[in-house]
Design a protein around this ligand. Structure first.
Ligand code: FMN
Length: 189
């Protein structure tokens, strides 16, 4: 039985920030002016039990031009080996540099959603809905197909210890972290 008589603030400091963190770093791919372009998107989440994704996009992003033109995009999960490329894609705009040159680009079923071969996991998505949030847009995409490196698979299941995702502490110190050890083979059972 829990106790109810200690003030909430006893060991808690009240904050106003969103603490749903850490989240994986993802590279959002679009075809802009006939060239693949990639940007880091940190505010991203699966939605509708994984059938859709939800992400936040500033309207000023170069990425947005291709996303609205083709109504398709990709999400690519880089491993920590791609830290240098992540830093470029998260700080330099496709208006100023050619980010397609950083990677081996490939296309799937959608033809206008460029993906990154060096990223162990890729998803191609079609734009489903755009929510207007002033300076930002909330982008909802339907996952059409996904691709996984064979050497990151254990049977048909992805072993994230082989993916080595970069994890971003958005609600914390805004640093990157790496995934820890597996605790359970089958949570919830
Ligand atoms: C860790 C991290 C997370 C980011 N998350 C987002 C995000 O969720 N939405 C967004 O619009 N920009 C985000 N950015 C910024 C863009 O990645 C950055 O401005 C990029 O250069 C835009 O590229 P573009 O101009 O070619 O579209 C993030 C950057 C970093 C480093």
């Amino acid at each position: 039985m829990g106790t109810f008589n200690t003030p909430a603030t006893e060991n808690k400091k009240k904050l106003t920030s969103n603490l749903l963190s850490p989240l994986p770093v993802v590279l959002l791919g679009t075809l802009v002016n006939d060239r693949p372009n990639y940007m880091v998107v940190g505010y991203v989440s699966p939605f509708d039990f994984g059938r859709y994704v939800f992400l936040s996009l500033y309207k000023k992003r170069y990425t947005r031009i291709g996303l609205h033109e083709h109504k398709t995009f990709s999400l690519n999960m880089p491993s920590e080996a791609l830290l240098k490329e992540i830093n470029i894609c998260g700080s330099r705009s496709g208006r100023d540099i050619n980010k397609a040159e950083l990677f081996d680009n490939f296309y799937g079923d959608l033809k206008t959603a460029p993906m990154i071969r060096e990223c162990p996991l890729n998803m191609e998505c079609e734009l489903h809905q755009v929510l207007d949030y002033g300076e930002n847009e909330g982008i909802i995409g339907r996952v059409v197909k996904s691709y996984a490196d064979r050497d990151c698979l254990d049977g048909d299941k992805i072993d994230f210890r082989r993916v080595l995702p970069v994890i971003w502490a958005t609600g914390g110190d805004f640093n990157y972290y790496r995934l820890g050890d597996r605790m359970h083979t089958d949570p919830g059972r």
